[in-house]
Write a protein that binds this ligand. Sequence first.
Ligand SMILES: NC(=O)NC(NC(N)=O)C(=O)[O-]
Length: 369
Amino acid sequence: MSTHVDPATPTTGATGAPAATADGATASTAAAGAAFTTLTDLASRALGASVVSASDELFAQRENLITVGEPAFDPADFGHKGKVYDGWETRRRREPGHDWAIVRLGAPGIVRGVVVDTAWFRGNYPPFVSVEAAHVPDYPSAAQLADAEWTTLVAKADCAGDTKNYYTVIDERCWTHVRLSIYPDGGVARLRVHGEVVADPRFLDGTVDLVAAENGGRLERTSDAFYSSPAHVILPGRARNMGEGWENARRRGEGNDFAVFALALPGTVRHVEVDTGYYVGNAPGWVRLSVADARTADLDDPAAWTDIVARRPVVPDTRHRLLVERAVEATHVRLDVYPDGGLSRLRLWGEASASGRALAEERWQRALP
Ligand SMILES: NC(=O)NC(NC(N)=O)C(=O)[O-]
């Protein structure tokens, strides 16, 4: 079941005007668009997603759908097959039917909303789209996916050209793949599938990264994401440049920058990695890591936080491996950087508590379709 946030509203979504929906509910364009887009993009290549197949991609390759970053456009760039677009574009259909592309999500998850971004597609965008999802364990082939059981998340809905089209999804099940259909054909620059990772509990045994996005860790709050979000520092792999980490603006006033993350599941951190890779002239001078347990404490109360790495100096462009000073069961971690500055990755190696593992198992079973 889905709620389409008014497609006619421009990408900035500045009007906030209520949009009527199929089930009679209303949604504020700006609020609804913004609300789910703060969640992890399950379809991002940065999380490990892949576009496994598409009905056609004559004009522009399907893989562009999941590229990190805004789509580019060069009006003078033409290739052998036509205008070059930073997106997925099919040929003009001369027979009935419609085009589609299947994305394997970077991690299984509950989908809260979808953005179909038709940036730069003006005379060749699809006027309608729909989104379905499937839960297929293991690593199915394109042929197996064609025969999978697909569930509609966004029923065929209007889609505007050169616009970020927001569709809110109301569904509590956990999916591994999505299928974007465009009617009848055309181009889409990016597909963003925002939601909550639901990690398979069998992969959460032993020592794991308790804050990793692919395990279900997520950014809850930050002081400043001026250049790029702290949500990047919990993505898989090492950053390949400064743009793939968290960079705040130069702080000119008092205080310091910080980010608070919810752990994937309650657990105890044993050692950490604070990676300032690619932050040379803008690494923090010092960092501090503290943890809290939201089940028993108020996170707004400074007394709720216990240092696991007390404030200490860090150096530029370095993966700092640090042993924690205290082993404390927690649900959240707070990263403070002093006074400001960027990080490329944060890893919290430790183990889930018994209650954390039970929670993960229960969440997984409840969300299985
Ligand atoms: N100018 C275009 O974009 N034309 C065509 N598309 C490409 N990529 O050339 C088309 O027919 O949609």
